[in-house]
Design a protein. Structure first.
Length: 405
């Protein structure tokens, strides 16, 4: 990874290079956007009521929002800080399609309770309103994830009691979760290369260990699965935040098996909106396309045909590039099974998560050893499932509950 000095020089060179090309900042191209939201107009009481702490500047990507603005001169990000997240977005105005209006109206009606100047029937969403939607969705999903795990903010004291829950207040992390939503893939790639020190055109997770902060950045357009539409952005946010929260829970001290994170992300994303899938991909991975939104039907077909990803390979996979389309459908279904396939599935899932996250050695250092054995034993303790019967029990449940078409 580049050193601090190397990255600072790269930031300066990026600015000079783009300026030399004569590329006007997007702020000028789109018209002058206000530095603060027109829906709060800097009113501290209104901001407090809406749970908004700041519109920047604030720390971001190991530097500050001002550093991002100085480096990313081909676009213009708006910023917002809320209870658990710091978020930036450069989304353009959005004309609401008729089919999306009912659900968006529900969300905007909720937002209007704390930001009364919002029109729930708005036919065009301006950049600030889209940013408020991102923050609203992130906080709402954070609460849903906490509910799934049976925790609250008070569960994470940031200390080391006997029941270890991590190092800080944000699911076990010290720093707030950071989210950057970028309209165009080329600007996303520039940000990731500049601030994360890695090439990536797909959604990217990053950890700043010195700050104990986990981050995601993703483009809204760029491949067959990214449409730039609001439901797609919402699903992308849910999918990627699932990965972030899974890592953060009881502190991100070691990597976990990707099959279980990706499966949980598919499960929560599908329950948010069955259409608009998202796939975690490595830079070298091929794009994944699943044309049907009927994932339960497709997973049932795999179970019948004996083409589902075996449980043993879920335990053995170490990279997202190991998963093809059939594997993604299987991962969705097997996490669906773990949560929905038992009368007390949520309680069992909580036990599983506490067995695989926050593991400590006798000297209280993190224990990320022998993950395959750890996950296998956790599944057996939480669910009574073994390598011999997991696939069989899953198939029985799928054939009994999933639709044929």
């Amino acid at each position: 990874m580049p050193s601090h000095a190397q990255r600072s020089r790269f930031l300066a060179l990026t600015f000079v290079f783009v300026a030399a090309l004569g590329v006007a900042p997007l702020a000028a191209q789109r018209g002058k956007l206000p530095a603060e939201s027109p829906y709060t107009k800097g009113d501290p009481e209104l901001m407090k009521k809406a749970g908004i702490l700041s519109y920047g500047p604030f720390p971001f990507a190991g530097k500050t929002t001002e550093d991002v603005a100085n480096a990313m001169v081909t676009t213009h990000y708006l910023w917002i800080e809320v209870a658990h997240h710091r978020i930036g977005a450069d989304l353009p105005p959005y004309t609401v399609p008729t089919g999306e209006a009912p659900r968006l109206r529900e969300e905007l009606t909720e937002l209007a309770k704390v930001l009364p100047s919002i029109n729930p029937k708005a036919k065009i969403l301006d950049p600030w309103l889209r940013l408020h939607l991102c923050a609203y969705r992130a906080e709402k999903f954070y609460a849903k994830f906490q509910e799934l795990l049976g925790v609250t903010d008070a569960s994470f004291p940031g200390e080391r009691p006997n029941n270890y829950m991590g190092e800080g207040p944000f699911l076990g992390e010290k720093g707030k979760f950071e989210v950057l939503v970028t309209d165009r893939v080329e600007n996303h790639a520039l940000f990731v290369r500049t601030f994360y020190g890695a090439p990536q055109k797909y959604g990217k997770l990053h950890n700043f260990p010195d700050l104990d902060t986990l981050c995601i950045a993703f483009p809204t357009k760029g491949d067959a699965n990214l449409t730039g539409r609001e439901p797609q952005i919402h699903n992308s946010l849910v999918h990627l935040l699932t990965h972030l929260y899974f890592d953060a829970y009881r502190h991100y001290s070691y990597d976990v098996l990707p099959a279980f994170k990706e499966g949980l992300a598919h499960y929560l994303r599908w329950n948010n909106h069955p259409e608009y899938p998202y796939f975690m991909l490595d830079e070298a991975a091929s794009e994944i396309t699943i044309h049907s939104d009927k994932w339960k039907v497709e997973a049932r077909k795999l179970a019948v045909a004996g083409e589902a990803l075996p449980y043993s390979k879920m335990l053995g996979a170490r990279a997202y590039g190991d998963f093809d389309a059939k594997a993604h459908l299987t991962l969705f279904s097997k996490l669906d099974f773990l949560i929905e396939g038992f009368p007390d599935g949520v309680e069992r899932f909580r036990k599983f998560m506490n067995l695989v996250k926050g593991r400590l050695n006798p000297d209280t250092t993190a224990n990320g050893s022998d993950l395959s054995t750890c996950f296998r034993e956790a599944i057996q303790q939480a669910y009574g499932l073994t390598a011999l019967n997991f696939d069989e029990k899953w198939k029985e449940w799928v054939l009994a509950t999933y639709p044929v078409r």
